[in-house]
Design a protein around this ligand. Structure first.
Ligand code: GRF
Length: 199
């Protein structure tokens, strides 16, 4: 099974996948790692692991649609069974989603449907919830709205800052991602309405 991983930042989720893929029993190969910006630790992690990388910046294209198509073309060239958005901070568009119908998953640092968007940990802290976590979902046209594959829960501590809370979430998020991506890729899955059935 082949996956392509898209990243925008430090790539610790990507690193967890790289480490898991080193074990043949995991049954998954990272065909390529793509990013929407240069000079990020996520790309360096891929390069150190000998994985092909590519960058598609929105600003290199005349429109968001052209960027989306170019991204889909490049990802498609690696013939992935699954596309994993791991801290990828751009919304992929209709063309991209159409090309990889039901085969794009994203990880979000909150318990969906609470706190969608880019401020998941901060919004959870501000709201005052006592537990939060991370969600892996099949990407649809909305923002963090797609059918849920897996969730993991962490406590919110009284003295948390956004950083300490996000760090606790990310530890759990990486385990969830590795476990769920492995199962999705190895066992296959069907999306039935809002239900994702693995195997
Ligand atoms: C993750 O918490 C992801 O869900 C969020 O940004 C973080 C990315 O971390 N959108 P990393 O780049 O994998 O270290």
């Amino acid at each position: 099974r082949r996956i392509v991983v898209l990243v925008s930042g430090s790539g610790t989720n990507l690193q967890a996948l790289i480490d898991a893929c080193a074990d043949p029993a995991y049954g998954v190969q990272i065909a390529a790692v793509g990013a929407d910006r240069e000079d990020i630790e996520g790309l360096a992690r891929a390069e150190r692991a000998g994985i092909p990388t590519f960058v598609k910046k929105v600003g290199q294209f005349t429109s968001r649609e052209h960027w989306d198509r170019a991204l889909a073309d490049t990802v498609g060239g690696f013939e992935p069974d699954l596309v994993v958005l791991a801290g990828f901070m751009k919304l992929v568009g209709a063309e991209f989603l159409g090309r990889f119908e039901g085969r794009v998953v994203n990880t979000h640092p909150a318990l969906s449907p609470s706190f969608p968007g880019t401020r998941g940990p901060a919004d959870a802290l501000e709201y005052g919830v006592k537990v939060t976590g991370a969600t892996l979902f099949v990407v649809d046209a909305g923002v963090d709205t797609g059918p849920i594959v897996a969730q993991t829960v962490v406590p919110v501590e009284d003295d948390d800052t956004v950083e300490t809370l996000h760090e606790r979430i990310k530890v759990a998020e990486r385990r969830m991602l590795v476990d769920a991506v492995g199962r999705l890729a190895r066992e296959g899955y069907v999306v039935d309405g809002r239900r994702v059935r693995i195997g």
